[in-house]
Design a protein around this ligand. Structure first.
Ligand SMILES: Cc1cc2nc3c(=O)[nH]c(=O)nc-3n(C[C@H](O)[C@H](O)[C@H](O)COP(=O)(O)OP(=O)(O)OC[C@H]3O[C@@H](n4cnc5c(N)ncnc54)[C@H](O)[C@@H]3O)c2cc1C
Length: 320
């Protein structure tokens, strides 16, 4: 089996869960080689090894933090040149997709974005995608160059499979474009204490049925009882009840959690586009004819103001 490059998503060496998922998927198609850029490799390397990285290619330079995207592309290209990988897997974040696209262009390779699964195939890895607002599932294989695939968070359950994880320094020479766009300031987002929406294993969302910003605490309470992230439909966001950063759907974020709970959301195609690949879908809606019920695993026809607090109470009591 050949080696599979996995671009590590981390914060100062704290490896984020989507990377562990990528390592788990990478093991199906080859030997994972993690590419770690920036500071904190000493913290990250044991974790990457635990999840199957046979090798960690590490590079640290001010360029990774000070400039947008291109330095990472330079580094990933250097890693691809040193390893001759059978595939490159990148987390499907906005930055990851830009890095992957630029890398594919440089390698003269095909690219698949937003895959929800990656399997071995006779002629190279086969990626699953949900397309056309998730109304179709496709399986595709890249026919040109080294397959570059971005994978959505929550596409696989991370499984430990200890490997050597030997750290090797990666020599990177930055091209002219690397310093094209400089980062001037950074403002950390205020933490809600809840998981990041696109990475959360459980998402609890509210729609127009929540009927006001002042009622969203009902949704937040259910989310907190489950350790979930909070999402919102565009109707709720447009009404100013919840921030745009929490919008789920075609023009919002795409989520694929283990459990998605839609409250007071009708299930418009544009909303479904952002959550239809969730593993288990639950909806609470007072209209039995609401289209969301066509795709749920469990549906409750009822008033969310009665159902959701009761659900929160039961979950909290069971946990206690
Ligand atoms: C180009 C384009 C892009 C779009 N992008 C997005 C997107 O990214 N995300 C997105 O969500 N939408 C998007 N939309 C909008 C989308 O078409 C719908 O208008 C929107 O999703 C509706 O939100 P909703 O389900 O909250 O509201 P509604 O469709 O009004 O549904 C509200 C639901 O709440 C139920 N309800 C009301 N009161 C209660 C109660 N007390 N208890 C239980 N149930 C109750 C009702 O029965 C109803 O089913 C987009 C539209 C366009 C044209």
């Amino acid at each position: 089996m050949g080696e599979v490059l996995v671009l590590v998503d981390h914060v100062d060496g704290a490896v984020r869960k989507p990377t562990l998922e990528l390592l788990t998927l990478a093991r199906r198609i080859g030997d994972p080689v993690a590419v770690f850029l920036g500071t904190g490799v000493d913290t990250a390397a044991p974790v990457l090894a635990e999840y199957g990285a046979v090798k960690v290619l590490a590079a640290d330079a001010a360029e990774f933090a000070d400039y947008l995207v291109v330095p990472k592309v330079d580094a990933l290209q250097a890693a691809a040149a040193s390893v001759q990988p059978v595939a490159v897997l990148v987390p499907s974040s906005a930055e990851g997709k830009e890095v992957a696209a630029r890398l594919a262009l440089r390698l003269n390779s095909g690219i698949i974005t937003d895959a929800t699964d990656v399997e071995p195939g006779d002629d190279g890895p086969v990626a699953t995608q949900a397309v056309f607002a998730a109304s179709f599932t496709t399986k595709s294989r890249i026919t040109t160059g080294v397959p570059v695939i971005t994978v959505k968070p929550n596409s696989a359950a991370p499984e430990a499979a200890p490997a050597a994880g030997t750290v090797e320094q990666l020599a990177v020479s930055f091209g002219e474009l690397a310093t094209g766009t400089k980062v001037l300031t950074r403002t950390p987002r205020e933490s809600t204490g809840r998981p990041e929406l696109t990475e959360a294993a459980i998402v609890v969302s509210g729609g127009r049925g929540v009927n006001g910003a002042e009622n969203f605490h009902i949704i937040e309470a259910l989310a907190d009882s489950l350790g979930a992230a909070v999402g919102a439909s565009r109707a709720a966001v447009d009404a100013g009840w919840y921030p745009h950063t929490n919008q789920v759907g075609q023009t919002g974020k795409s989520v694929s959690p283990q459990l998605y709970v839609a409250n007071g959301i009708s299930g418009a195609i544009q909303h479904r586009a952002g959550m239809q690949t969730s593993k288990t879908i639950v909806a609470v809606n007072k209209d039995a004819e609401a289209p969301i019920f066509d795709l749920v695993d469990y549906g409750v026809v009822g008033d969310l103001f009665q159902v959701v607090p009761q659900l929160t109470e039961v979950i909290t009591a069971r946990k206690g």
